[in-house]
Design a protein around this ligand. Structure first.
Ligand code: FES
Length: 171
């Protein structure tokens, strides 16, 4: 059995190894969208791995193709494809915040594959600061900061996961 934790709900449970993250969420009573029914063709079941990256099965070709198509970099995974092999901590992405037009220009200027992750980081920090809308004054320095952090980390999934864990306020 593996200990599986989902945030932001904080629900935790013991799940048999070999279970998909999507099935684990259902067992714990968490509603996770899965529009294609688990066939790696929609990406709505996306989650972020914030601890225990190595305790999920590796990304196969179908998942890799879908993640690329949906522009979802590490530490995103498709919950219907990732099977649990040990303890993991997962973050279900929060609903996207509203960005003003000027702020969105900052995001749109980024390479496609970094946008989703930078958006998550900027929004998590803005939420923690009590903001409800991302305005240019916030977006310009926040996007720049997140971008340089990600540039420094490169594609190391463990370090990326730790950054997401920290910005999402996961203990
Ligand atoms: S449910 Fe569609 S990709 Fe996972």
């Amino acid at each position: 059995m593996a200990k599986v934790s989902f945030y932001p709900s904080g629900k935790v449970g013991e799940i048999p190894e070999g279970t998909s993250v999507l099935d684990a969420s259902e067992k714990l009573g968490i509603e996770l969208r899965h529009d294609c029914g688990g066939f790696a063709t929609c990406s709505t079941c996306r989650i972020m791995v914030v601890d225990g990256v190595k305790n999920l099965t590796e990304i196969d070709l179908d998942e890799e193709n879908m993640l690329e198509e949906a522009e979802l970099p590490n530490p995103f995974r498709l919950s219907c494809q990732a099977l649990i092999e040990g303890d993991v901590v997962l973050q279900i992405p929060e609903p996207e915040m509203q960005w003003s037009k000027g702020a969105l220009r900052e995001l749109d200027a980024l390479p496609l594959m970094s946008r989703a992750l930078i958006r998550v980081i900027v929004e998590a920090r803005a939420r923690a600061g009590g903001e409800e809308v991302i305005l240019p004054d916030t977006a310009i320095p926040a996007v720049e900061k997140a971008k340089s952090e990600l540039d420094e980390i490169g594609n190391d999934p463990v370090v990326l996961a730790a950054l997401v864990k920290e910005v999402c306020g996961i203990p």
